[in-house]
Design a protein around this ligand. Structure first.
Ligand SMILES: Nc1ncnc2c1ncn2[C@@H]1O[C@H](COP(=O)(O)OP(=O)(O)OP(=O)(O)O)[C@@H](O)[C@H]1O
Length: 807
């Protein structure tokens, strides 16, 4: 095999030779070679993708301008080529923008917006132009007329792939009958093998965009989807990113770019849902991570109170007896009244009391006096005061820790073991004077780990993972956030570790979900309506979740189910996927939506699922819509949603919500089916038994008309007519109340109708009566008729399987 080395020659300068062949690649050149990444991998698919890009843009543009979309798509056969025409009634595109939009990849208005749009990257339509010029050699033709413009602009252009810039062949003004809008014509090498996908795309687009009129004209076919509503989707607002889910690189970029000096200003200015309070919480959490916390200890018990006083009095000199005594007493009172105090707590107590005494006695407690007082108290709290034993600092802390460990470990540990652990941790916490017991979480974790290991080795007492974690959490919980200022923005931006601490602080702080006015979900009602429009099923369910966040972008997941009726029963369920109201027709297997559908145990919801995983079988359509300001697609061709855990979990919850309704429906249907079977059996057996009984006993024939209703606990409706009096009796044998609407249709005019509603139509009288009949009760509707009459009854409000009508 020839090596690169031998090809290039042994001599020096290989790097230089290689360097000569290095050059930048324009994005257009890159995609020219990698058009499959944009969904243009074959002629069949290319045509569908081009239609999709143009129609998505048309819908986006119309909605943005508040215009109900009117979209016309035509595909003409031209020898070996196809000509694609897409026309919309949107706001149009200005003359200056047309060349860039169609003749430059990565040029668009949506990439930097946090708002729900179909388009995201600024690649779609220029990629279609690129594909068209590559396969047909012809320029794209664009006509656009802006709202209020007298004339339209007409362009013929291609993309100069070396430069990724438009190359304009023709530019002229023209007339166009549309008052505003855009028309694109492109010729491309294509075929109609993907007709099904094209139809699915157009049809499903119509389902989730009921406000759009869409027409598709093909060489041999013509489809029209009329507008079902003039109501455009709710207008969306652009938002700032949400602190949950921003990535470190993005955060550093934002820190570099912001004008804010303080973290508080940065948080409130650059993120959504952050006010003063939330910013303060994030800052505290950042400080805890950056500086650690100051541990707070129990002050020595009550009898030592006089020691405080004595020490404090010593610390204060020349302030007069009254002021000194008041100061010492008050500080001693406050400290001994606290459950725990940290160094900073002592500083605050001393300052507060000193300020009060200054006011009362007209003396000044300067910083030296205050510092002396703080040292005196802190020395007493931590065992370093004058006269204390050398071991006191460790003993004090160990005593406190002993209690904590004892409470934090559930199973009673050997006393010596607890003491051993407390001693070892305490030893590590004792530092030189002036340390203030300030430790980071990681330091404390290390102390606990090492001390627990030593205790196991030397005292033979084991503290497992949970016990260690509990001890650590308690220790961290007795720590107080330090008084130091948080690092400022430039400091954080310049230090990746601190930026990472801020990121963690942002993620750990409770922050309300992002606003949803940047999103336009379809809503559960319209999801159901959309399914009803397309599938003639027996049952529909839909759910819309609350907004969540991924990567700082909010998203909402919706799911819908259609079951039974005319839905295909032989095969696996149909899974319909949508992102920002765009149907996803390719790469089903690579989509998070499909993965989630497969991972659900559908048997729990009453569907057949061989092996307990995978797409369920049966007459069911599963629809999932992900709406986001930034849908995480697996590739630029936007065919499949990536496996983002937050999104997968919401997809699952949305599907499960709808599936729960399906389960109730199927359970009910099953129990109704069982009732029907039981009733049918009874209807055969009962008359036979009655006949046998009459035969054996020789008594009169038994009347069994009402027996089935009573055995089955049904609502029984009967009519008796005697001497012109009609009685309709509703007998409720069930164990719940029944709200029934009974309509008796009579061939002669009824009299004395006792408040029933009577309507005459074509010589028939409808006697309607609504009643709530309690369980075990009966109600009677009475009226009279003159002469012979024919009757027909209709009962509503009770399911057929729970009703027996003998009338
Ligand atoms: N029919 C149209 N009417 C008005 N503006 C349009 C139309 N088509 C495209 N645009 C504008 O051109 C921009 C670029 O469109 P393009 O399809 O290249 O990218 P996109 O839709 O922003 O994102 P994506 O690459 O994800 O499709 C859009 O952002 C929009 O501002």
């Amino acid at each position: 095999m020839t090596s690169l080395q031998s090809e290039l020659g042994e001599e020096e300068g290989i790097a230089e030779e290689l360097a000569e062949s290095q050059r930048a690649i324009s994005i257009a050149e890159f995609f020219e070679k990698n058009k499959h990444m944009l969904g243009f991998d074959s002629g069949a698919r290319g045509l569908v993708t081009a239609v999709k890009e143009a129609v998505d843009n048309a819908l986006d543009a119309c909605e943005e301008a508040g215009i109900p979309p009117d979209i016309y798509v035509e595909i003409q056969e031209q020898g070996d080529y196809y000509r694609l025409i897409v026309e919309d009634n949107g706001p149009g595109i200005t003359k200056e923008q047309i060349p860039k939009i169609f003749g430059k990849l990565l040029y668009g208005s949506r990439f930097h917006k946090r708002e729900q749009n179909r388009g995201q990257q600024g690649i779609g339509i220029s990629a279609a132009v690129l594909y068209s010029q590559l396969t047909s050699g012809k320029p794209a033709e664009i006509t656009s007329r802006t709202q209020g413009g007298d004339e339209a602009e007409y362009f013929e252009l291609i993309i100069d792939t070396d430069q990724n810039e438009p190359e304009i062949d023709v530019e002229e003004t023209t007339t166009w009958e549309r008052p505003h809008g855009t028309r694109i014509e492109m010729e491309m090498e294509a075929n109609m093998r993907a007709r099904q996908q094209l139809h699915d795309y157009i049809k499903h687009t119509a389902v989730v965009n009921p406000h759009a009129r869409i027409e598709l004209r093909e060489p041999n076919d013509h489809f029209k989807y009329e507008r079902a509503t003039d109501q455009l989707p709710a207008e969306t607002e652009e938002i700032r990113p949400h602190p949950h889910g921003v990535e470190l690189g993005t955060l550093i970029k934002m820190l570099d770019a912001t004008d804010s000096y303080s973290v508080s200003g940065f948080m409130q200015g650059e993120f959504t849902r952050v006010g003063q309070k939330t910013a303060d919480d994030v800052i505290d959490s950042l400080k805890d991570r950056h500086y650690g916390r100051e541990l707070a200890w129990q002050p020595p018990e009550e009898k030592k109170k006089r020691d405080y006083k004595a020490f404090l009095e010593q610390a204060v000199s020349n302030k007069g007896a009254d002021a000194t005594s008041q100061f010492a007493t008050n500080v001693a009172d406050v400290v001994s009244g606290r459950e725990r105090v940290s160094h900073q707590d002592v500083v605050e107590i001393v300052d507060n009391v000193a300020d009060g005494v200054e006011d009362d006695h007209d003396v000044t407690f300067g910083s030296t006096v205050r510092e002396n007082a703080v040292d005196a108290v802190w020395g007493l709290v931590t065992g370093t005061a004058e006269g204390e034993d050398e071991d006191a600092p460790q003993e004090y802390r160990a005593r406190d820790l002993y209690q904590m460990i004892d409470e934090a470990t559930t199973s009673r540990k050997d006393d010596a073991g607890i003491k051993g652990l407390a001693d070892r941790i305490a030893a590590k916490l004792v530092r030189e004077d002036g340390h203030r017991d300030r430790f980071t979480y990681d330091e404390l974790a290390e102390f606990v780990r090492k001390s627990a290991e030593d205790t196991e080795e030397y005292d033979d007492v084991t503290f497992g993972e949970t016990a260690r974690e509990n001890v650590l959490e308690r220790l961290w919980a007795i720590g107080r956030t330090v008084p130091d200022d948080a690092p400022d923005v430039s400091e954080i931006a310049g230090d990746r570790d601190t930026a990472s601490e801020l990121l963690e602080a942002m993620r750990e702080t409770d922050i309300i979900a992002p606003p949803t006015d940047c999103l336009a979900p379809i809503t559960d009602e319209l999801v159901e309506a959309g399914l009803k429009k397309e599938f003639d099923a027996d049952f529909y369910a839909a759910s819309t979740r609350d907004a969540s966040v991924h990567g700082g972008d909010p998203f909402i997941v919706e799911a819908g189910l259609a079951y039974g009726g005319d839905v295909e029963a032989e095969n696996k369920a149909t899974v319909m996927r949508f992102a920002n109201r765009v149907p996803l027709v390719y790469q089903r297997g690579a989509c998070a939506t499909t993965d989630v559908v497969k991972s659900i145990n559908w048997r729990n919801y009453g569907l057949d699922q061989p092996g307990g995983s995978g797409i369920p079988n049966g007459p069911v359509v599963i629809m999932v819509h992900v709406a986001s300001t930034n849908v995480p697609f697996t590739s630029e061709s936007k065919d499949a949603v990536a496996n983002v855990p937050e999104m997968e979990s919401e997809i699952e919850l949305a599907i499960r919500e709808a599936a729960r309704d399906l389960k109730s429906y199927l359970n009910k249907r099953r129990s109704m089916q069982q009732r029907r079977e039981k009733q049918n059996k009874l209807a055969t057996i009962l008359p036979e038994m009655a006949e046998k009984l009459t035969e054996v006993t020789g008594r009169d024939e038994l009347v069994i008309d009402d027996s089935i209703a009573r055995i089955m606990n049904n609502v029984l409706v009967e009519r008796e007519v005697e001497d012109g009096t009609v009685k309709v009796v509703v007998e409720n044998n069930s164990d719940t109340n029944a709200d029934v609407d009974v309509t008796d249709i009579v061939s002669v005019e009824p009299q004395d109708t006792n408040g029933a509603q009577v309507v005459e139509m074509d010589g028939e009288w409808f006697v309607k009566w609504s009643e709530t009949v309690s369980s075990g009760e009966e109600a009677t509707l009475e009226y009279s008729v003159d002469g012979d009459a024919e009757f027909d009854i209709s009962v509503e409000g009770v399911e057929d399987e729970l009703l027996t009508v003998n009338a």
